[in-house]
Design a protein around this ligand. Structure first.
Ligand code: SF4
Length: 338
C-alpha cells in the first residue's frame, strides 16, 4: 500500500456495543460493573460518545465552593475533618457574614466561576439558619452567579424556603453504596439522604449528588454508588465525584490509595450512565497529577471545583487551573446573567 493510499483509506471507528443510555435508562449494578471492566480505551470512547451527545466537550463549568460555617459538626462521617468526633485541628467557626460571602462570590466571579456553592457543617440547619442562608443566596444571585448550597438534611418547608430564596442547586451526596454506608457513617442512614434529595427535587430545584471514592470500597461497591445515582428518577443534574482526601485524625486516614485509573474509570462510568449530568471532578484534584486530570476530562468530566479557599487575586490554585485548561484547549463555560 502506498502512502497516498494510507492517507485516503477510511478511518474505521469502533461502534458502541450497547446503546448509549438515555435519561430513562435504568441500570443494573452488574451492567455498571461490566462497564468498569471494559478496556480503558473502549470505556473512554463510550464516555466520549455520551459526552458529545449532550455537551460541548471543550467546555468546563467552574464552580467555587466556600465553607460558610466550618467545623463542630455532630455527624461522624469517617472522612470528614469537620466532625466533632475526630481530633483534626479544625476549629468550629460561626457562620460567615453577608459582606464576607459577597466578597468571596465577587472574587469567584472575577476569577471566572459561574456557580457559587456554600457549604455549612451541620447535621441539619435550624429554621433561623435557613433565614440567614436565604439572605446569602439572594446576595449571590444578585451577582449573576448560580447558587448552590450544601447544608445537611432538610425538611419540606426548609427546601421550599431555599427554593423561594432563588437557590438553583442543592447538594447532598450519597457518599457511597448503600451496603458500604454503615462502615463510614453511623449518625444518619442512607434513607435520610434519599429523603432529603426527594424533598429538594419536589421543589423543582436542581439536585447535585455524588460520592467519594477511595474509601476502601470494592469496585462492585463503586458500581453500587453509581447505580444509586443513575437510577434516581430523574438522575441528579450535577454529579460530583470526589476522591478521598485523607486527613490525619479521621478514621479513614491511612486507607490504601486508589489507583488513579480507577478514578478515571469512575468518571467515565458516571458519564455513560448519567449522560446529561454535569460530572464534576471534585475533592482530591489538588493532589491529582495533571495527566490524570486530563484523562478525567476525556472520560467526560465537565465541571471542576475551582479555588477551594476564599479567593484573592493571584490565588495560585486558580492560576494553575487556568493554565491547565489552556494547555488542554478547554474553555470555561459562561452562563453569567445580570
Ligand atoms: S455532615 Fe458534612 S460536615 Fe458533618 S461530618 Fe458529615 S461531611 Fe462533615
Amino acid at each position: 500500500m502506498t502512502d497516498t493510499a494510507c492517507a485516503t483509506a477510511p478511518i474505521q471507528f469502533h461502534k458502541p456495543l450497547a446503546p448509549i443510555a438515555t435519561p430513562d435508562t435504568r441500570w443494573a449494578v452488574a451492567d455498571i460493573e461490566a462497564l468498569f471492566e471494559l478496556p480503558l480505551p473502549e470505556l473512554l470512547y463510550r464516555a466520549q460518545v455520551a459526552h458529545r451527545e449532550h455537551f460541548n466537550p471543550a467546555e468546563v463549568e467552574l464552580a467555587t465552593l466556600v465553607s460558610i460555617k466550618t467545623g463542630g459538626c455532630p455527624e461522624d462521617c469517617g472522612y470528614c475533618p469537620q466532625s466533632v468526633h475526630y481530633d483534626t485541628g479544625v476549629e468550629a467557626s460561626k457562620m460567615m457574614e453577608v459582606g464576607a460571602v459577597r466578597e468571596a462570590a465577587l472574587a469567584a466571579r472575577e476569577a471566572g466561576a459561574t456557580r457559587f456553592c456554600m457549604g455549612a457543617a451541620w447535621r441539619a440547619p435550624k429554621d433561623r439558619d435557613i433565614e440567614k442562608v436565604s439572605t446569602l443566596i439572594r446576595e449571590v444571585k444578585s451577582l449573576g452567579l448560580e447558587a448552590c448550597c450544601t447544608l445537611g438534611m432538610l425538611t419540606d418547608t426548609q427546601a421550599v424556603q431555599l427554593k423561594e430564596a432563588g437557590l438553583d442547586y442543592y447538594n447532598h451526596n450519597l457518599d457511597t453504596a448503600p451496603e458500604t454506608y454503615g462502615k463510614i457513617i453511623s449518625t444518619r442512614d442512607y434513607q435520610d439522604r434519599l429523603d432529603t434529595l426527594e424533598r429538594v427535587r419536589r421543589t423543582g430545584m436542581s439536585v447535585c449528588s455524588g460520592g467519594i471514592i477511595g474509601m476502601g470500597e470494592s469496585r462492585a461497591e463503586r458500581a453500587g454508588l453509581i447505580g444509586q445515582l443513575a437510577n434516581m428518577d430523574p438522575y441528579p443534574d450535577s454529579v460530583p465525584i470526589n476522591e478521598l482526601v485523607q486527613v490525619e485524625g479521621t478514621p479513614l486516614h491511612g486507607t490504601d490509595k486508589l489507583d488513579p485509573f480507577e478514578f478515571v474509570r469512575t468518571i467515565a462510568v458516571a458519564r455513560i450512565t448519567m449522560p446529561k449530568a454535569r460530572v464534576r471532578l471534585s475533592a482530591g484534584r489538588q493532589t491529582m497529577p495533571e495527566g490524570v486530570q486530563a484523562l478525567c476530562f476525556l472520560a467526560g468530566a465537565n465541571s471542576i471545583f475551582y479555588g477551594d479557599k476564599l479567593l484573592t487575586t493571584g490565588n495560585p490554585d486558580v492560576e494553575r487551573d487556568r493554565a491547565l485548561l489552556k494547555r488542554l484547549g478547554l474553555k470555561p463555560r459562561h452562563v453569567l446573567g445580570g
